[in-house]
Write a protein that binds this ligand. Structure first.
Ligand SMILES: [Zn+2]
Length: 46
């Protein structure tokens, strides 16, 4: 699992990284709906 931080609203959320192909993907923030690049916004690996 990765801990991601939304660059827009600052909320943190978990992301299941089990697939290993996430690095080019974008994640939609569950709080504000903003979509951001996963690689640029990893807080830490959980
Ligand atoms: Zn957000």
């Amino acid at each position: 699992m990765l801990l991601l931080k939304c660059p827009k609203c600052g909320n943190k959320m978990k992301y299941n990284s089990a697939s290993g192909i996430l690095m080019k993907k974008r994640k939609r923030c569950v709080y504000c709906g903003h979509s951001f690049k996963i690689t640029d916004n990893i807080v830490k690996k959980v």
